[in-house]
Design a protein around this ligand. Structure first.
Ligand SMILES: NC(=O)c1ccc[n+]([C@@H]2O[C@H](COP(=O)([O-])OP(=O)(O)OC[C@H]3O[C@@H](n4cnc5c(N)ncnc54)[C@H](O)[C@@H]3O)[C@@H](O)[C@H]2O)c1
Length: 437
């Protein structure tokens, strides 16, 4: 049992802190957001994540998980300090490390015994070394701390399962002592034979960027293939399926759609291009991935304009605002671009998402949010499905057609069969599949 402080109680910090407590460690989760901590103390989660509330309650009840805003005492009382604070894109596309350094500076102020400083946030390669130098520069001796990079690979929407049964755990450190303590923290995962990749700090930092950039590449690749499929009369879904049967390729992340979003892929791909730039290189493939992704988001609006050429005075129904199902996260979601573009062209929007409306309202308070998909389709001039929530997969299309002003359906997630929808009288388009218009 290790005493752990988890600093930053967002998607990563809350899930990781809870997971580490479930592994048998004593975890105190710290955040500067007092409102968030107050809610957590009352069993109210700040995020929507399936299965998380039960796991939080279970570990709080067992006395292994607690929440506080008291950073100083949390650091003092723990040997291992995880940092899971945000690392957003700075204006120039590089990673903004100010949150990370704020925590490090605080830690340097209060450190009074040996600590392992673990970075869970996704940080630029070389950040671990910068953290070390920063702490040393405050007069703290080298034997008082070790640095570990332990990047996180969980996916929002399935974060609990991903953390509890990961494909691998990456531990980057130059300290044998810290490596052994970290392995102890993750001991529960030995039982399920999770590979533990021990490496140096810079390699661990790079593993995270390379992994995310590769996954983003798969998405942009299949979107590009989908766009070509549309022109040559091929079916991108079938192409992806057959490609995925090749074990070297794998079927995952090969779904054509409105482009990737979320808090990680957009900022991490951009950051990797900046990391390359700083060492005099050009990340040509990653730059193309970003470019394809941006254009893919706009393609959804282009498809809409085919059926509704002038959006002035028109109302468009949007189903799905979160960047993917089972989350309320709208950071860099395709919906942000699509809404922005429709509003710019004079259209109005009626939107529904099972979880993400509060979040989207922070960006677009001026659009209309409704309580159900049935409400979102009423009197609209077109309907766009942007997130493949299960409840959108089997809607009553006859009802929808009967209440829409014009039966235009843009299925940006390919969840309906084109022939079936068209037979019902819809003007329909999707991504990468041949549509008989
Ligand atoms: N969200 C994901 O799916 C995911 C997956 C893997 C890695 N990551 C990485 O993990 C990191 C965190 O991402 P997130 O999505 O959990 O962020 P988040 O914005 O959801 O949460 C960050 C939390 O840190 C808190 N915070 C900020 N400064 C603090 C400070 N000085 N002291 C204490 N708390 C502080 C904020 O109040 C917030 O609650 C990022 O680097 C991200 O790239 C995210």
């Amino acid at each position: 049992m290790e005493k752990i402080a988890m600093i930053g109680v967002g998607y990563v910090g809350l899930v990781s802190g809870t997971g580490l407590a479930d592994f048998g460690n004593e975890v105190i989760c710290v955040d500067i957001d007092a409102e968030k901590i107050k809610k957590l103390k009352n069993d109210i989660l700040p995020i929507y994540e399936p299965g998380l509330l039960d796991l939080v309650k279970k570990n709080v009840d067992k006395g292994r998980l607690s929440f506080t805003t008291d950073l100083e005492n949390s650091i003092k009382n723990s040997r291992v300090i995880f940092s899971a604070v945000p690392t957003p894109s700075a204006e120039n596309g590089e990673v903004d490390l100010s949150y990370v350094f704020n925590v490090v500076d605080k830690l340097a102020e209060v450190i009074d015994s040996y600590k392992i400083i673990v970075t869970k946030s996704t940080v630029a390669v070389g950040t671990g070394d910068k953290i070390r130098e920063r702490i040393l520069s405050k007069g703290i001796s080298e034997d008082m701390f070790d640095i570990v990079s332990n990047p996180e690979f969980l996916r929002e929407g399935s974060a609990v399962g991903d953390f509890m049964r990961p494909d691998r755990v990456v531990l980057g450190t130059s300290s044998e002592k810290a490596l052994n303590i970290m392995k102890g923290i993750y001991r529960s995962l030995y039982l399920i034979e999770t590979p533990i990749v021990g490496t140096d700090v810079r390699t661990a930092e790079m593993i995270k960027y390379a992994s995310n950039a590769f996954l983003a590449t798969k998405i942009s690749f299949i979107n590009e293939v989908a766009n070509i499929c549309e022109k040559v009369g091929a079916n991108a879904q079938m192409v992806a399926k057959a490609m995925g049967l090749d074990g070297r390729i794998s079927p995952k992340f090969l779904h054509a759609g409105p482009g990737y979003g979320g808090s990680c892929f957009p900022k991490d791909t951009l950051a990797l291009t900046k990391i390359a730039e700083q060492v005099g290189l050009k990340a040509t493939i990653v730059e193309a991935v970003i470019d394809v992704n941006h254009r893919q988001k706009l393609r959804v609006v282009e498809k809409l304009l085919k059926f509704v050429p002038n959006l002035k005075g028109k109302t468009i129904g949007l189903l799905g605002l979160a960047f993917k199902p089972n989350t309320d996260d709208v950071r860099d979601a395709p919906a942000l671009t699509v809404i922005g573009e429709i509003l710019k062209q004079g259209g109005q929007i009626k939107a529904y998402d099972p979880e993400a409306m509060n979040e989207m309202c922070k960006h677009y308070p001026q659009i209309t949010y409704v309580a159900s998909s049935e409400d979102a389709v009423k009197d609209v001039d077109a309907l766009i499905i942007l997130t493949e929530w299960n409840e959108f997969r089997n809607m009553d299309l006859d009802y929808i057609k009967s209440v829409m002003k014009k039966p235009v359906l843009i299925d940006a997630r390919n969840i309906y069969e084109p022939d079936m929808v068209i037979k019902k009288g819809f003007l329909y388009d999707c991504i990468g599949r041949k549509v008989r218009l």
